[in-house]
Ligand binder design. Structure first.
Ligand code: AMP
Ligand code: MN
Ligand code: MN
Ligand code: MN
Length: 278
């Protein structure tokens, strides 16, 4: 079965509407899809109607921003109830953090010679959840950078001025939001954090202690060696295995819907055997 449990719509920083995302997933042969927008479940209702139309199984998901030990960590929640009070409150809280963070990013960028950054990024975001990609696009539009990657490399990525550390909740709290809403918490794209194996083990121990159960063994087109190492870690910690493309935009074959690397054979439970569809 073709499974993709990590995707973004234009409700956060993707470019397709939730319904168009579901259509594209169908086109690419995905049978089980999770919509996991950044810090919001606002796209789930639309996606679920379309999933029923086209005959795809949909998992209600979210990708929460959090921090652990001072580092930014993304936690995917799968099979959450989007109508749970606690989850709605969590969405609101995260939007507040994003707004405050956007103001701080804008102030930094203005000092570095990028005028009207807040208004510019907000205009690009429209009703979507605002994030660094909107600042990157604005910087590209005003000619401060040659491409989006350069915007992250110079201004917005880890350790750069626009990488504001403040504000995200501790990951224990975020895991609690997910499990409290009936979902399974999954550590997103562990390789992106560039941690040592020891650090990652420590993170996983804390994650399990907080009630987390899953790990993305495959994320997008990551290296095979990385996949094998993550599978070993999953085995060591007895975690459930997840897989996702982290799709945001059409036309990027390395993150196309459902076309992430295949999971190697393994004997652990797959996370999708333990989550509800809507
Ligand atoms: P935020 O959610 O505001 O912290 O922004 C993080 C998002 O920026 C990620 O989910 C990616 O979609 C995007 N992103 C991160 N690094 C890059 C990059 N180098 N080039 C383009 N987009 C990126
Ligand atoms: Mn994103
Ligand atoms: Mn992420
Ligand atoms: Mn993502």
């Amino acid at each position: 079965m073709r499974v993709d449990l990590h995707t973004h719509s234009n409700v956060s920083d993707g470019s397709l509407s939730p319904a168009a995302l579901v259509d594209r997933a169908k086109e690419y042969g995905v049978e089980l899809l999770a919509l996991t927008d950044h810090d919001t479940t606002a796209g789930i209702a639309e996606a679920s109607i379309q999933a029923r139309q086209v005959g795809i199984q949909l998992v209600a998901g979210v990708e929460f921003s959090s921090q652990w030990s001072g580092r930014g960590i993304h936690i995917v929640g799968l099979g959450v109830d989007p109508t749970a009070d606690q989850l709605i409150a969590a969405n609101d809280q995260q939007q507040q953090v994003r707004l405050r963070r956007a103001e701080m990013i804008a102030a930094k960028l203005e000092k570095l010679g990028c005028p009207n950054a807040l208004a510019g990024a907000q205009e690009l975001a429209g009703t979507s959840v605002i994030g660094r990609p909107h600042f990157a696009q604005y910087m590209l539009n005003v000619g401060m950078v040659k491409n989006l990657n350069a915007a992250f490399k110079k201004y917005l990525g880890a350790g750069k001025p626009g990488d504001i550390k403040l504000g995200w909740p501790e990951f224990e709290e975020v895991v609690g939001w997910i499990t409290g809403a009936g979902g399974v918490a999954v550590v997103a794209h562990p390789d992106k954090y560039k941690m040592t194996r020891t650090k990652l083990c420590h993170l996983l121990d804390d994650f399990i202690e907080a009630g987390g159960q899953g790990i993305e063994v495959v994320s997008g087109n990551q290296d095979r060696n990385v996949t094998n190492k993550l599978l070993q870690l999953a085995e060591l910690k007895q975690l459930w295995v997840s897989t996702g493309s982290d799709f945001h935009h059409p036309g990027r074959p390395w993150n196309e819907l459902g076309s992430q690397q295949r999971l190697p054979k393994h004997t652990l439970p797959n996370v999708w055997e333990h989550v509800a569809t809507v």
